[in-house]
Design a protein around this ligand. Structure first.
Ligand code: GLU
Length: 460
């Protein structure tokens, strides 16, 4: 063995030992936090080649530091329903990393919310936000409150109570929340109103995802879904493919899903299925998006009602069955771990060509491994769904400048951000010895930006 070769082997071993040691520490410190451990595992596996080349990150304890949130705020949210009954929910804000800018990330209202889910989402946000190239740190918040079946007034009272406590810890230069599952422009509007009331002034940049008529950015609602399709478009180009003429399955029917479907259809694809938490619809003629938008955005109905207007369409109650539908492109846009190994193998058997993760961590590690083994194009969430937070950062800029960009201006910038993310992921994957592997590329490219800032800012 030459001297250089043996040095490389030593560095590799040191990197592997370091990653192993820190992962054991993370497991010990966060027992039972299965989603958080899943998200860290994926990152750790990608970073081995980085530590082999950059011992300075080991010396600076970057992995130990980056996996421990800077701060976690947990609080009681008491509120009264329309019958005068008192309820108590738990509120969270995980302020994970502020080396690139103010904490930035959404708020989720869903009964499944717990510390593990909040931490995995905030952790993913570190790398995603870094990939956008914008000056934003990472955070996530939410509550185990279930908005389903609640009246508008109940939503308002809960949201006001939630933000009354959280207002002590956020601000335009400190922490800028936005929406996520169960939180849209209505909830952001109530939070914004209450925050300003408490502060005695108008701080436009404290939230993003506001109504474009009241301080929000045009194009924010569409941004995550459009961005996912723009990213997958870049992946397809590599294989001389496009959305034109492809059959697409998109899970979910919220913001991300609706606008992923809209952009895919605009680019010539046929979207044949979408879902909600109750089940999925399959319309072999192609989903009629106007019906989905009316049901979900206006009437607040279930996706099962789609079949009332489209007699040819089928409704099935088992959500995961959506992945048994043969398609060329699958866009999981609903929630974490919705594609497990079984769903992934159905997609592979049906010759899927590409997967684009519109939701956060929708594929399990086993599902991702299966796609990788079978050479399926795979756009990981941190890169593919970064368009939402990228336009949120644009909303912060517009709020600071006190001006509004047009829909076209925002869309053009979004498109450019998604193309740039694709290029930096491909480039990082190539540089660290895994050409074409966008999971490795996204994790490495995002990590390098934050790690360099953490070294520059000294121990904290
Ligand atoms: N919740 C979204 C995400 O997962 C958006 C966050 C934001 O706009 O701050 O990235």
């Amino acid at each position: 063995m030459t001297k250089l070769n043996s040095m490389q082997t030593d560095n590799k071993k040191r990197a592997n030992d370091y990653v192993h040691e820190v992962y054991e520490l993370v497991k010990k410190r966060n027992p039972d936090e299965k989603e958080f451990l899943q998200a860290t595992r994926e990152i750790f596996d990608s970073l081995r080649p980085v530590f082999a080349k950059h011992p300075e990150y080991i010396a600076n304890g970057i992995l130990e530091r980056i996996t421990e949130p800077e701060r976690i705020i947990t609080f009681r949210v008491a509120w009264e329903d329309d019958q005068g009954k008192v309820h108590v929910n738990r509120g969270f804000r995980v302020q994970f990393n502020s080396d690139l800018g103010p904490y930035k990330g959404g708020i989720r209202f869903h009964p499944s919310v717990n510390s593990s889910i909040m931490k995995f989402l905030a952790f993913e946000q570190i790398f995603k936000n870094a990939l956008t190239g914008q000056p934003i740190g990472a955070g996530k918040g939410g509550s185990d409150f279930d908005p389903k079946g609640k009246s508008d007034r109940e939503i308002m009272r809960f949201t006001q109570s939630f933000i009354t406590e959280l207002s002590k810890y956020i601000g335009p230069d400190r922490d800028v929340p936005a929406g996520d599952i169960g939180v849209g422009k209505r909830e952001i509007g109530y939070m914004f109103g209450q925050y300003n009331r408490l502060k005695g002034g108008y701080e436009a940049g404290v939230f993003t995802g506001k109504d474009p008529n009241h301080g929000g950015s045009l194009g924010r609602k569409e941004a995550t879904g459009y961005g996912t399709v723009y990213f997958v478009e870049e992946m397809l180009k590599e294989k001389n493919l496009s959305f034109d003429g492809q059959t697409v399955v998109v899970s979910g029917s919220g913001n991300v899903s609706t606008y992923a479907m809209e952009k895919a259809i605009q680019l010539g694809a046929k979207v044949v299925a979408c879902s909600d938490s109750g089940g999925y619809i399959y319309d072999k003629n192609g989903i009629d998006l106007d019906t989905v938008k009316r049901l979900k955005e206006v009437e607040n109905k279930r996706i099962s009602d789609y079949t009332k207007d489209h007699a040819d369409a089928e409704y099935h109650e088992d959500c995961s069955g959506i992945w048994s539908i043969p398609c060329d492109i699958a866009l999981p846009c609903a929630t974490q771990n919705e594609i497990d190994e079984i769903a992934a193998s159905m997609l592979v058997t049906n010759s899927v060509k590409a997967i684009g993760e519109g939701a956060n961590m929708p594929c399990t590690l086993e599902a991702m491994a299966l796609f990788h083994e079978n050479g399926i194009l795979f756009g990981p969430a941190k890169a593919a769904n970064a368009g939402g937070v990228a336009v949120s950062a644009m909303e912060m800029s517009q709020n600071s400048m006190r001006l509004s960009w047009t829909t076209e201006e925002v869309d053009e910038k979004l498109h450019l951000v998604m193309k740039n993310i694709y290029v930096s992921c491909m480039d990082a994957a190539e540089r660290f010895g895994h050409p074409g592997n966008l999971v490795m590329g996204a994790n490495i490219a995002g990590f390098l930006k934050v790690a360099d800032a953490m070294v520059a800012h000294g121990l904290s």
